[in-house]
Each structure stands twice: as structure tokens, then as C-alpha cells.
Ligand binder design. Structure first.
Ligand SMILES: Cc1cc2nc3c(=O)[nH]c(=O)nc-3n(C[C@H](O)[C@H](O)[C@H](O)COP(=O)(O)O)c2cc1C
Length: 354
């Protein structure tokens, strides 16, 4: 009943369960524990130099001989203008003052791309999988990564994006429903109010492409994993549930918020980083939304809001979370993979019996 396909075969997975690579929140220890339990661990490389990325991969390889997914969100150089940054800095200043943080810094941010250094590191370190968010790198980079024998996947938030990714040569596609925590992977600028939830998106993507489809967004327990398989998924990718694992690098205020979510506590907004992402709503989001100010270009807006996370105040911290956060529990990554595998098997058996 568990899906068996090119993805599970090529990556040698016992369970087609992927831990979402979540930037600096995903650690080598987290990814290794997932891969050691038979799933696929992921390491986010958001903001890491090629040298740092290689260290992170080496850290994983010291802890696990299993497969690894290395992830790159891609974006262009942000266009920072005083017309947007000055009103935003002024709006944030009272929060900085209240916490003794001094002046709101000038916004900073650089492009994220697969540089020559990253490419040569990847072809040397050879992680089994490289994944992308916010679209793909140029065709010659994709070709070079594939030539190194590395499996490539990327996120789609609509059927049209899935078709574009397949045409560009990806080996599998992540169908990211709107339930998902973290940044929306859209790269065609689809309005968030028009992006489908996973229940609608997944079967339509499965029908539209020939490559395996990985379900992401709101998948958090055996029932939701089994449902994704019934809807045609070849694998699942979970982010929010892995934030509750002790190996994840999650701020205390964020952990506290993840312990008491409800189904209706999250919101998709661009006010924290400059790009739409799903968070537990807090006072910072309410205040910046009420201001109606345009955020500074992604990711420079984050350089203005991130210092507030150091206060330890959850009302000022970026509380990334998906709509199924309440289904997750405090645990370890190995125990989470094992319990997901067991509960999914039970659901699939019950479904087959009925
Ligand atoms: C804290 C957090 C950070 C994330 N960072 C990334 C990232 O850097 N790259 C990426 O491809 N996806 C990222 N995602 C999105 C996940 O890949 C995935 O789509 C999402 O977590 C699935 O929904 P769920 O959170 O309901 O499980 C992130 C998700 C979260 C919760």
C-alpha cells in the first residue's frame, strides 16, 4: 500500500516521508535522525555560504549514511528604496525602543543563487537530492546538478507551476497546499487568495504531470499521510511537525507558540520577510498589517524584523507554522518518523479492509 516509485528507489527510502528543509531551523542532527529512521532528512541552505553549506552536509554525513536533501530558496537582488524602507523603519522603531534595541537598522539583503562555489561544492559533496523553492536556477545549473547524479525537486503551488517545473526537467514535484507553514513557494506570483489547498491541488497536479508528486501542507499525522497517498502522492513532506522535534533549531518563543496553536491561529502575510509566508498571528503581524505599509523587498524586510526575535517575546517573533500545527507533539525526529510510519500503515490497512 505504501507508494513505491523512482523517488523511493533512487533515494533508497524505507518510508516516503521527507522532512522539509527549513533554512537555519533544520540542523544536521535533525536531518540525520530522519534519514536514520528511514525517511529523508533535509538541510536548508538559506543564507549559508558554500563553505558553510559543505560543513552542514559534512555534519549530516558524520551522523548518517542515509540520503540527504539539500535545499536552496532562490531570489533576485532586492531593490531597496528609501520610499519603502524609511516608513517601515519608523513603524518598527517603537518596538525597538520598547525593548532597548536602539535604532532600527538599515535594510540589507542579497540575491540567493547557485553560485559557482555552491555548484562545485554540490557536485563534490553529492547529496542525493537538491531541492528548490521560489522557482529553479538556469537550465545549465540544472543540467550540471543532474549530470552529477543528483535528484532534483522543486515546489509548485498551482498546476501551471507544476507543469513548468516538469518541462524544466525536475525529477519530482512538491505540491505545496496553502495549509503549509513557512514561505509560499510560488514563482509565478499567483495571488495567495487564489492558491489551492492541498486537497484540491494534489490530485490535479498528479493528473497533470508524469513525475512523482510529493504532498506538502497540513500533512502531520498518519491520517493525513495516508490521505495524501490515496490522492496520488508518491511521498509527503512535513515541515511544521518537525519544528516540534528537539533536534530543530527553534527559538524558545517560537516553540512555546507551537505548543498551543489552533486550527485558525495562522495567517499568510508578507510583512515579516517581504514575501508571503504562513505564521502564527501575533502583535507584530497585526501592527504591520494595520499600517498598510509596503514591506521592503524580500528578504531585506527580514533584516528589519529579525532583531525583534532576539527579545524572546513571542508577540514580536516570526512564528512560522502551518494550519495543522495543533496535530504535532513534542518529540524527537526518529520517533516522529517511526510513529508516522506506524500510524499511516494502520490507516492504509483500515482503508483496504473497508
Ligand atoms: C519554519 C519553516 C521554514 C521553511 N523553510 C523552507 C525552505 O527554506 N525551503 C523550502 O523549500 N521550504 C521551506 N518550508 C516549507 C516546507 O518545505 C513545506 O512546504 C511546508 O512546511 C509543508 O507544510 P507543513 O508546514 O504544514 O508541514 C518551510 C516551512 C517551515 C514551517
Amino acid at each position: 500500500m505504501w507508494p513505491q516509485n523512482t523517488l523511493t528507489d533512487r533515494l533508497n527510502l524505507k518510508w516516503p516521508i521527507l522532512q522539509a528543509p527549513m533554512g537555519w531551523l533544520s540542523t544536521p542532527a535533525l536531518a540525520a535522525a530522519v534519514s536514520n529512521a528511514g525517511g529523508l532528512g533535509g538541510l536548508g541552505m538559506w543564507g549559508f555560504s558554500a563553505e558553510e553549506a559543505e560543513w552542514r552536509i559534512a555534519g549530516f554525513q558524520q551522523l548518517s549514511g542515509g540520503s540527504l536533501n539539500v535545499n536552496y530558496p532562490l531570489w533576485p537582488e532586492p531593490r531597496i528604496t528609501p520610499e519603502t524602507s524609511e516608513p517601515m523603519r519608523a513603524r518598527l522603531q517603537p518596538h525597538f525602543d520598547a525593548n532597548g534595541l536602539g535604532a532600527v537598522p538599515q535594510p540589507t539583503g542579497a540575491a540567493s543563487e547557485i553560485s559557482r562555489e555552491h555548484l562545485s561544492m554540490l557536485t563534490r559533496a553529492k547529496p542525493q537530492m537538491v531541492s528548490f523553492h521560489f522557482g529553479l536556477p538556469p537550465p545549465e545549473i540544472i543540467a550540471a546538478i543532474k549530470d552529477a547524479g543528483i535528484f532534483i525537486i522543486s515546489s509548485a503551488t498551482t498546476v501551471a507551476e507544476a507543469r513548468m517545473l516538469e518541462k524544466a526537467g525536475v525529477d519530482a514535484i512538491i505540491a505545496q497546499g496553502t495549509e503549509a507553514g513557512g514561505h509560499r513557494g510560488t514563482f509565478t506570483g499567483v495571488d495567495i487568495s487564489m492558491q489551492p489547498g492541498l486537497f484540491a491541488l494534489l490530485p490535479q497536479v498528479v493528473d497533470a504531470v508524469r513525475v512523482p508528486v510529493i504532498a506538502a501542507g497540513g500533512v502531520a499525522d498518519g491520517r493525513t499521510v495516508a490521505a495524501a497517498f490515496v490522492l496520488g502522492a508518491s511521498a509527503v513532506q512535513l515541515g511544521t511537525a518537525f519544528l516540534r522535534c528537539e533536534e530543530a533549531n527553534v527559538l524558545d518563543a517560537h516553540r512555546a507558540a507551537l505548543r498551543e496553536p489552533t486550527d485558525a491561529c495562522t495567517v499568510v502575510t508578507d510583512v515579516i520577510t517581504g514575501r508571503p509566508a504562513r505564521y502564527v498571528k501575533n502583535k507584530l503581524i497585526e501592527d504591520l498589517t494595520a499600517s498598510n505599509l509596503k514591506p521592503v523587498a524580500f528578504p531585506a524586510q527580514l533584516s528589519l524584523t529579525a532583531p525583534l526575535g532576539k527579545t524572546g517575546d513571542r508577540e514580536l517573533t516570526a512564528l512560522f507554522a502551518g494550519q495543522s500545527a495543533a496535530l504535532a507533539r513534542d518529540t524527537t525526529a526518529g520517533a516522529l518518523v517511526e510513529s508516522l510510519a506506524e500510524a499511516t500503515s494502520e490507516c492504509l490497512r483500515a482503508f483496504a479492509r473497508s
